[in-house]
Design a binder for this molecule. Sequence first.
Ligand SMILES: NC(=O)c1ccc[n+]([C@@H]2O[C@H](COP(=O)([O-])OP(=O)(O)OC[C@H]3O[C@@H](n4cnc5c(N)ncnc54)[C@H](OP(=O)(O)O)[C@@H]3O)[C@@H](O)[C@H]2O)c1
Length: 254
Amino acid sequence: MTDVLPAGSLAGKVALVTGSSRGIGADTVRYFAEAGADVVINFRNKAPRAEKLASQLREHGVRALVVGADLTDPASVGSMFEQVSAEFGRLDILVLNASGGMESGMAEDYALTLNRDAQLNVLNAARPLLADGSRVVFVTSHQAHFIRTTPTMPEYEPVALSKRAGEDALRELIPSLEEEGIGFTVVSGDMIEGTITATLLERANPGAISARREDAGRLYNVSEFAAEVAKAALDAVPADNTRLVGDTSGFVAE
Ligand SMILES: NC(=O)c1ccc[n+]([C@@H]2O[C@H](COP(=O)([O-])OP(=O)(O)OC[C@H]3O[C@@H](n4cnc5c(N)ncnc54)[C@H](OP(=O)(O)O)[C@@H]3O)[C@@H](O)[C@H]2O)c1
């Protein structure tokens, strides 16, 4: 996993990726560290994984702070940014990657609580640390981004609707973010090979992922999609604040 971002391009910068102990978040934070950024690894449950990743990233000569925080708990989010402030005093890149809503045993509105309310709260709590020139990236799926025009699998629909509600709520902040020189980009991708979400959806709808792979030509894997998320934090913000990754055939634009 090298050369996704130019070497040294993030030296002196600080990047936080929510939900970065594993999966797409872990690979994204790794790309930032490889480019020289000091990083904040946020986890909810997977503390040992987060600590192991931090030790690997420190071998690149960067600092890595590990912070456990349930993003649906405002006190936990407040404490996370207090720790970031104490350790680094600033934040240059915030990636809103953590997501959920298909877990069993959660409250009925959990998907909205995590994918909309918590995203807004995390961004608002981070704002005092985000200076002119900093960047915010919100990670989503095509199945969520296009949910208003393109139906998805029933098991994923509540997640898709909640993620789109989160995206819309964050987009409302764009004018005030721009006023402060903070760039905001939504990165949307198709189903990703090898993720728990794709596995769960395939189990509920046998053949669905292979059918999508066939329609799209190919599906990205975790490290390929994470590379797009990482690049979105450095590349110019697109005019419509949206970076669509891979094939979008079958998804209807609004
Ligand atoms: N999977 C796909 O096919 C796909 C496709 C396109 C876009 N995406 C997007 O990519 C992003 C990452 O997806 P993924 O598949 O890597 O997700 P994932 O495997 O479900 O991982 C979610 C991450 O979020 C964290 N998290 C969940 N609930 C949390 C909470 N309440 N507080 C703090 N952290 C929490 C988890 O932390 P713990 O492990 O510590 O619990 C985990 O690190 C999401 O925004 C998703 O919509 C995914």
